[in-house]
Design a protein around this ligand. Structure first.
Ligand SMILES: [Fe+2]
Length: 164
């Protein structure tokens, strides 16, 4: 049972009305997170594209091409989400691209790409519950699920090839 002084506290009501109190992101925070993910996905798409061109094994090529298409799809989703918030998407590609392409050994590069995808998963796991825009939240959740699936597919492929 609340005391008279608790009910009268203006701080109590202010907190209830404030979305940030519930852990939801303000527009600028969400935009920063979306731009960071866009840079990462652009890097992932380029790494996948350049790796597809170097792979010989048809199954590995098909897998990397599917991942490239996914990365391009999420770039498009993130750009649309940023625009829906009346902001301009950035054009940068994450430094991850250069780091990945410096790895000449293709299985090692695919393993590195998977670690980048796992970073994206961790970012999304923290982000999704805090997004109050339902449409953006749904799309980020789909991106999270797809990334988990792709990580598993690449891990299985590398394990089958005896190259963890
Ligand atoms: Fe990705």
């Amino acid at each position: 049972m609340q005391s008279e002084s608790d009910r009268a506290s203006p701080v109590c009501y202010a907190e209830q009305a404030d979305a940030a109190y519930m852990g939801q992101l303000a527009r600028e925070e969400l935009l920063a997170a979306l731009d960071e993910l866009l840079e990462a996905e652009r890097a992932g798409a380029r790494v996948a594209e350049e790796t597809v061109a170097q792979l010989q094994d048809p199954a590995e090529r098909a897998l990397m091409e599917a991942i490239r298409q996914d990365e391009v799809k999420w770039c498009g989703m993130l750009i649309a989400a940023i625009k829906s918030l009346d902001a301009k998407p950035g054009s940068r590609t994450g430094a991850f691209h250069g780091k990945a392409m410096a790895i000449a050994d293709l299985p090692a590069r695919m393993a590195f790409l998977n670690r980048g995808q796992a970073w994206v998963v961790r970012k999304l796991e923290a982000l999704v519950p805090r997004v109050k825009e339902a449409g953006i939240q749904d799309n980020l959740l789909a991106m999270l699920v797809a990334h988990r699936e792709n990580i598993d597919r690449v891990e299985a492929r590398l394990a089958a090839a005896g190259k963890p």
